[in-house]
Write a protein that binds this ligand. Structure first.
Ligand SMILES: O=C(O)CCC(=O)C(=O)O
Length: 235
């Protein structure tokens, strides 16, 4: 952290995640990958809006935009069919060597993608608060048999500020109130451990605040009934 309380670029991401529950990777996404994610995100909104206003649709969906796609081995192909030409840079980013290298020290050599979603806060959207939560709480709700370790990569598609609803993560062992805003540049990533508390405030700016979150587990996460909890796509 610098003297203003902003988080700086770090290199030993695994140690940071183990010690405080999160880490920041500066400039993880290239300009081409950023463009492609923004295009996918616009297509996802259009598709979910089904001819209605995309901004209204996002507000209705509680800011989380997730396109249902085929699970398992056919997944990569199904997202290519959904998003067409703009999917290639995103697919290579979420399944390729760069992410594998990052994930190797965090969850091992055989990561499994189990979820991806865009988190979009429309301009001046008072209803875009995410209260304090840990991501693994949703697993408990889904009747999973084992606690499989996982991490989320939360990718900033726009510059993030307090005004537009940036993330706040609470380092392990700290009290609420000690969290700092994660002011990021577009293309930076926050690695979030599944048990780190985090939140975000509403977007009170005049522009969209867009993020893309991809989640990877150490192995497929199964419910007690034997089905994958969400996607189960090996890299
Ligand atoms: O993007 C945000 O503002 C928060 C999203 C979040 O915390 C989550 O999806 O778990």
């Amino acid at each position: 952290m610098d003297s203003d309380g902003n988080f700086c670029e770090e290199e030993d991401y695994a140690s940071s995640v183990a010690e405080r529950g999160f880490a920041i990777v500066s400039s993880f996404a290239s300009a081409q990958e950023l463009d492609a994610m923004r295009s996918e995100c616009a297509m996802a909104c259009e598709s979910l809006a089904k001819g209605m206003d995309a901004e209204d649709a996002v507000r209705r969906l509680g800011c989380v935009v997730q396109i249902p796609a085929q699970h398992g081995a056919g997944y990569k192909g199904s997202r290519e069919r959904l998003y067409g030409a703009c999917s290639a840079p995103v697919s290579s980013m979420i399944f390729g060597e760069k992410v594998k290298e990052l994930l190797a020290s965090l969850i091992g050599e055989y990561p499994v993608l189990f979820n991806e979603q865009y988190i979009l806060k429309p301009p001046q959207c008072a209803d875009s608060t995410f209260p304090w939560h840990r991501d693994d709480a949703s697993m408990a709700e889904q009747d999973c048999e084992f606690q499989v370790p996982y991490v989320s990569l939360w990718i900033a598609l726009d510059d993030m500020s307090r005004e537009n609803g940036c993330l706040y993560a609470l380092p392990y062992g700290k009290e609420r109130g000690e969290e700092k805003p994660l002011r990021l540049n577009a293309g930076d990533v926050v690695i979030l451990a599944c048990d780190v508390w985090h939140r975000s405030e509403p977007n009170s700016s005049d522009f969209w605040r867009r993020a893309y979150m991809v989640q990877y587990s150490q192995e497929a996460i199964m419910t007690r009934s034997g089905a994958p909890v969400a996607l189960a796509v090996g890299l």
